[in-house]
Design a protein around this ligand. Structure first.
Ligand SMILES: NC(=O)c1ccc[n+]([C@@H]2O[C@H](COP(=O)([O-])OP(=O)(O)OC[C@H]3O[C@@H](n4cnc5c(N)ncnc54)[C@H](O)[C@@H]3O)[C@@H](O)[C@H]2O)c1
Length: 253
């Protein structure tokens, strides 16, 4: 079980979904957590729930460089330093290329792609100063196995994958590890809006959608010293979806 005692983690998009599960688990494992999100009320509720000595809610729109700088300042004044950055915040859109408003696409790029870039840009100098750190980027199976109707979203995740890999070589010499998680379908507002789980998940080898805590446990591993020699690792957390393709020549399993 990954131990995060004494660590401080800044988690973006932590007010709900996978980010919330990560925040709760990281606190359980001994970390103090900065709950960074645009959903201020939900972030405050989460902090009240896990304890104000363990967590801090910070308003952060990841696409705004000035807000990143304020978030780091707030984290440092509350907890002294930040050892772990989980770039989890993301937005989704699906629709045909011909019907995707370019402004929607630009917004996806701003949040999913530039948001993570700014996170690494803001936190890396601080982590280098304190002797190292762990960055966990929440990418997606869409980055390498995009479904139809996801050209805009998937391309931001592919860019994030390349960006994360480039960061491995750049930040490693400063003691900063950069690792990636590729969730498949996860039961959050994004993966199962209003709690509706598409039947498609029955076809995944594990036969179900993933739960947010199943991403959080992997994030805790990558954030902890248990993965001290991992940088550039990509962990699939998709119930076998992208690898376990059924053999089309068989009629039974
Ligand atoms: N749910 C899935 O099926 C799935 C699959 C693959 C990858 N992912 C990725 O996992 C991550 C988490 O998604 P989720 O499933 O928890 O979705 P979610 O919609 O439940 O949560 C996303 C969180 O990000 C926050 N957010 C959105 N825009 C933001 C911004 N500009 N600044 C700061 N916070 C912002 C939201 O307020 C929300 O709290 C995302 O990066 C997503 O792309 C999700």
């Amino acid at each position: 079980m990954a131990d995060l005692t004494g660590k401080v983690a800044l988690i973006t998009g932590a007010a709900r979904g996978q980010g919330e599960a990560e925040a709760r688990l990281f606190v359980e494992r001994g970390a103090r957590v900065v709950v960074a999100d645009v959903l201020d009320e939900d972030a405050q509720k989460l902090v009240a729930d896990v304890g104000e000595d363990r967590a801090l809610a910070v308003h952060l729109d990841v696409s705004d460089p000035a807000q990143w700088s304020s978030a780091l300042d707030a984290a440092k004044s509350a907890f002294g330093q930040v050892d772990i950055l989980v770039n989890n915040a993301g937005i989704y859109f699906q629709g045909p290329i011909t019907e995707t408003p370019v402004e929607r696409y630009r917004k996806l790029i701003e949040v999913n792609q530039i948001g993570v870039f700014l996170g690494m840009q803001t936190l890396a100098p601080h982590m280098a100063e304190i002797g190292g750190g762990a960055i966990v980027n929440i990418v997606s199976v869409s980055s390498f196995a995009p479904l139809d109707l996801t050209a805009a979203y998937a391309s931001t995740k592919s860019a994030l994958l390349a960006m994360s890999k480039a960061a491995v070589g750049e930040l490693g010499p400063q003691g900063i590890r950069v690792n990636m998680i590729h969730p498949g379908g996860v039961a959050t507002e994004m993966g199962a809006p209003s709690g509706v789980v598409p039947q498609e998940y029955d076809n995944a080898p594990l036969g179900r959608i993933g739960q947010p805590r199943e991403i959080a446990t992997v994030a805790a591993f990558l954030a902890s010293e248990d993965s001290s020699y991992c940088s550039g690792a990509e962990i699939l957390v998709d119930g076998g979806w992208t690898v376990g393709t059924r053999n089309p020549w068989t009629t039974t399993r």
